[in-house]
Design a protein around this ligand. Structure first.
Ligand code: ADP
Ligand code: F6P
Length: 470
């Protein structure tokens, strides 16, 4: 780590996201860093490492200072947040108001005026941090639901900047979004950008509809006119560094470790894998119930199959997350109690952050990958599994409510609210002939290779560099 000078050149890209891509390991010696959780970092970290640039974000713990430092070729500018601000801004407004509202109201969204006030304050702190370092005319790329006011704030204080915004999570239909007491302010914040990007066409349409209904924005198609300017609203489905996953997946060391894992689990048992942040949107509990149903009916036995669920700890300070963790752990215990035998566990459960290499060992070992969110902006795990299967075998079971479903059409599609349907899909996936597996996997691999993380970033930044629409 080295301190960097706090200025950018006109050509350097400034990424603004709630979290910095790395955080210091607690208790570790100086210089020990861990990659931050979530799909946003998975996608943007390799991109900035490759092209260099600036990243403005929170350090991952309360307090700290705003000193700029360098890490792996990226200049990082921390935005310090106090414990109280984190409760209102991150746990509160971001994760108990916006997160459930934007994910189909799977939990009741909480509306509190003091959380909103802190959200405005923190967004303005992020905007000020950007203004203090951005050279005239720089491109600033703001990310995700924590920072929806930042584009508008930058537009007022720095109209010289090119401002992009990308939402990693779903943008909900107007029937849900309309409940938000601060809907106009949020929309006007986003309308400050030159380009507003969403994961899917439907999410972009939801935004266009809400903007026309609740603000003075007007326009047809993907162009809106607002405040005397024009902006573009488009879908840009996010992706991963496909070559990197493919390269690690093909390494002899990875294959050897995947074979070792299979031996330990049982050579002739199908491995059904789940990999998620421990979030109630991911459908981990329903997936476990579907597996239990299959065992109960006797369609699969623990002699022939086992489930491995890897869950990365997430947002433990929010009650709904702590409750979901308890539910998942109780369900795992229940299934193992009912169906496990000494030396033959029905569900292996790992509650931890794994390294990229370790994760790919699991992807390579898994016969079936279950990605069954109740709602998800994209879901990069689905793409990671596909990218990690160079031998073209393996079956992806994919929720129709994940953004990835509109691209990975050859997956076995499921409605995650339908336990019986999921159980049926699981049995089908476990018995799918290799020929059919290859046919499906080949098509999905073609898609992820054709539009990887770099293509995603290039298409967004390409549109951002264009002249504003007429
Ligand atoms: P989200 O952004 O909501 O967490 P995504 O599926 O888009 O969902 O991205 C999750 C990212 O987190 C993926 O890159 C995945 O590899 C990573 N991940 C998930 N579980 C783990 C884990 N246990 N250890 C390390 N990384 C994980
Ligand atoms: O992809 C959705 C997302 O909320 C990202 O914004 C975030 O980086 C990730 O999930 C992990 O969440 P958190 O930063 O709350 O741990």
């Amino acid at each position: 780590m080295a301190l960097a000078t706090a200025t950018t050149s006109r050509d350097s890209l400034i990424v603004v996201a709630n979290r910095l891509p790395v955080h210091r390991v607690r208790g570790g010696s100086v210089g020990e860093w861990e990659t931050s959780p979530g799909g946003l970092v998975t996608a943007l970290y390799p991109l900035l490492r490759e092209r260099g640039g600036w990243w403005v974000g929170w350090s991952g713990s309360a307090g700290g200072d705003a000193r700029v430092f360098e890490h792996e070729g990226i200049s990082l500018r921390p935005v310090p947040l106090s414990r109280g601000e984190l409760e209102h801004f991150y746990e509160g407004f971001s994760n108990e108001t916006l997160w459930p509202l934007y994910h189909d109201a799977l939990r009741t969204a909480q509306f509190h005026r003091d959380w909103w006030r802190t959200y405005v304050e923190i967004n303005s702190r992020f905007a000020e941090a950007v203004c203090s370092l951005a050279a005239p005319g720089s491109a600033v790329w703001v990310h995700d639901y924590h920072l929806q006011l930042v584009p508008g704030m930058l537009r007022s204080s720095r109209p010289d900047l090119r401002i992009g915004f990308f939402l990693h999570i779903p943008f909900p239909p107007i029937e849900l979004f309309g409940r938000l007491p601060w809907r106009r302010e949020i929309l006007e914040g986003l309308l400050g950008a030159d380009v507003v990007g969403f994961q899917t066409r439907l999410m972009a349409q939801n935004f266009l509809r809400a903007a026309r209904a609740y603000t003075r924005a007007r326009g047809a198609g993907s162009v809106l006119h607002f405040g005397g300017r024009s902006l573009r609203v488009l879908p840009f489905p996010i992706s991963i560094d496909v070559d990197e996953f493919g390269r690690i997946a093909a390494e002899p060391g990875t294959l050897a470790r995947a074979a070792g894992l299979r031996r330990r689990i049982g050579e002739n048992r199908k491995i059904i894998l789940g990999v998620d942040r421990l979030d109630y949107t991911k459908g981990i509990d329903v997936r476990l119930r579907a597996f239990e149903e299959v065992l109960r009916r006797g369609d699969l036995t623990t002699r022939g199959a086992c489930m491995v669920q890897v869950a990365v700890p997430s947002r433990g300070g929010v009650d709904e997350y702590a409750a979901m963790r308890r539910l998942v752990e109780q369900t795992v215990g229940h299934i193992n109690g009912e169906y496990g035998e000494p030396g033959r566990v029905a569900v292996h459960y790992l509650h931890r952050n794994l390294s990229r290499d370790d994760l790919i060992v699991y992807y390579r070992a898994a016969d079936v990958m279950m990605v069954t969110p109740l709602r998800d902006g994209m879901n990069l795990v689905a793409k990671e599994y596909v990218a990690s299967r160079p031998d073209e075998t393996g079956v992806l079971v994919l929720s129709e409510f994940a953004g990835a479903a509109s691209e990975l059409r050859q997956a076995v599609g499921v409605n995650p609210f339908d336990v019986d349907g999921m159980a049926g899909a699981l049995v089908r996936a476990c018995s799918m002939p290799e020929r059919e597996q290859r046919h499906r996997m080949r098509a999905m691999r073609r898609r992820v290779r054709a539009y990887d993380l770099y293509a995603w970033a290039e298409s967004f930044l390409g549109v951002l560099a264009e002249d504003p629409p007429g």
